[in-house]
Design a protein around this ligand. Structure first.
Ligand SMILES: [Cu+2]
Length: 506
């Protein structure tokens, strides 16, 4: 293979003693070709970079900017096996959904200039990592190769002149689904989860990698969910998009013998702006534009059905949230939510993640993120009554920070939980009572469920204590650790996971 792997630039005297594609560079070489390693692929992707795309602007934004479209650069979906209905040209660039363990070959071509694709959070070898100045930029068609080793929420983006190219829209979401664990007890949640096959349909239902036991489910590493939402939150400076920038704007010229010379930085094109002058005035959630008139702060509601959360009590709702912007963001949910993963790493799973655990963020408590951070949250509506509220996303200036002067935008997203069918019907009844004074919990099942597992939960769905065992008469009596007040219990038998059963507190 080596003789065919010639790079497009002639700097052989500068890069000595190491294969060029393994060096870190002031002047990245360009390369088109591959795959470099002939491992067969489980999944083949094709993408074209720097395709122009006009983003439709809603009325208040169109009136403010005096135009009804904003020019974006996107990564086009050109998959050979994409069904005719698959979206090919969207902003953000079309969502990629993989299954854990898949070996992926992604053939990427550039429509003009050089680019890269960085698979953010995936850990391929340097030649496939797509950080331009750590490997090479691509021209022609290059085949990136990686294995999706961990299920979670990621994204992919061009990493050449990133400040500009990312801002112009050269990015999209990337989800790695876990295999279906086929746990029969999950079907008691009101859906036939065992019949699901990854990659799961976007918007749900499916499984997310995470610690099942924190939801009172039988042990395992994949959490069932009924509904899924992806909130990839971006901020656009319309001036950048209207200026029709040269794609090398403000980039360093390639002079290996004088890499730091100030005169080697370009100002090609209009010269109207520098890339450190960033004043976002258009805000989007997964490509849906906030219809906001004047600002900052720009405020409004995004109620698109794929963005707003609408569920029925009893369901688990997975929210994948990507800060895909050059802003600091704060998300406040009007209901408690459990964070099950950060940045593509499930919390609390065995192996190298045992030092973190899923945790509950109480209602209206801010979850703060900076660029590229990605929490996955589950809203557990089991035991909830009907509810209407709004999630609030605040975006803050990257320099002024989280201050009133730094507030750029406030986006409201409706959340509505309809009353559910009530607790799952169980083939037995449970009476449970708790004495605050001595913290004693008494539970009885009828007919008796001997040797079943009992789990105890507070109102925010956090667990109290570990697994308790019902005795041979199907009863439990014991003191609970800590100070939390139990709200409901679940009982796990050979037939499944039943509940919630309310706890009477005295
Ligand atoms: Cu690019």
């Amino acid at each position: 293979m080596a003789s065919s792997q010639r790079f497009g630039t002639a700097r052989d005297t500068f890069f000595t003693g190491m294969p060029e594609n393994l060096l870190k560079h002031v002047c990245p070489p360009t390369f088109g070709g591959g795959p470099l390693d002939p491992v067969p692929a489980d999944r083949e992707l094709r993408r074209d970079l720097l395709v122009s795309h006009d983003l439709d602007l809603p009325p208040a934004v169109a009136a403010r900017l005096g135009r009804d479209k904003l020019r974006m650069w996107i990564i086009e979906n050109d998959d050979p096996d994409a069904p005719g209905s698959a979206p090919r040209r969207t902003y953000p660039s079309p969502l990629i959904r993989l299954v854990r363990g898949q070996v992926v070959h992604a053939r990427v071509g550039g429509k003009s200039g050089t680019h890269t694709v960085h698979w953010h959070g995936i850990e391929p070898v340097p030649t496939s990592d797509g950080v331009g100045k750590h490997s090479f930029e691509i021209s022609g068609n290059f085949t990136y190769q990686f294995q999706a080793n961990e299920a979670g929420t990621y994204f992919y983006h061009c990493h050449k002149n990133t400040t500009l190219h990312f801002q112009m829209g050269l990015w999209g979401g990337l989800i790695v689904d876990p295999p279906n664990p086929n746990i029969a007890g999950d079907n008691n949640l009101g859906l036939t989860f065992t019949a699901l096959t990854p990659p799961y349909a976007t918007l749900g239902p499916g499984y997310a990698a995470g610690l099942r036991s924190s939801f009172g489910l039988s042990p395992g590493n994949a959490i069932p969910y009924h509904r899924e939402r992806l909130w990839a939150v971006d901020s656009l400076d319309s001036r950048w998009h209207l200026a029709n920038p040269n794609h090398n704007l403000n980039m360093q010229e390639c002079r290996p013998d004088d890499p730091a010379g100030a005169e080697t930085f370009y100002r090609i094109g209009t010269g109207d702006f520098d890339l450190n002058d960033f004043r976002p005035d258009v805000f989007t959630v997964s490509g849906v534009v906030l219809n906001a008139g004047s600002g900052p702060p720009f405020t409004g509601v995004i109620d698109h059905p794929d963005i707003a959360i609408s569920a029925t009590a009893g369901e688990l709702v997975l929210l994948r949230y990507i800060n895909a912007s050059y802003t600091i963001q704060e998300l406040r949910l009007p209901v408690p939510a459990r964070v099950i993963a950060w940045d593509g790493h499930p919390l609390g799973l065995p192996g190298y993640h045992e030092f973190g655990s899923p945790y509950v963020v109480p209602a209206n408590t801010p979850i703060r993120t900076t660029s590229a951070r990605r929490p996955d949250l589950i809203i557990d509506t089991r035991g909830m009554s009907a509810f209407q509220g709004v999630a609030t996303l605040r975006l803050y200036d990257w320099i002024k920070g989280v201050t009133s002067a730094g507030l750029l935008a406030e986006i409201q997203i409706p959340i509505s939980i309809a009353g559910g069918p009530g607790p799952q019907p169980a083939p037995f009844t449970v009476s449970a009572s708790f004495n605050r004074r001595n913290r004693r919990l008494n539970v009885a099942t009828n007919p008796a469920q001997p040797a079943a597992t009992l789990r105890v939960f507070a109102a925010d769905h956090s667990r109290i204590g570990g697994d308790f065992l019902l005795d041979r008469r199907g009863r439990f009596s014991g003191r609970l650790p800590g100070t939390a007040i139990p709200a409901y219990v679940r009982v796990i038998t050979g037939q499944g996971d039943f509940g919630p059963f309310p706890v009477a507190v005295r």
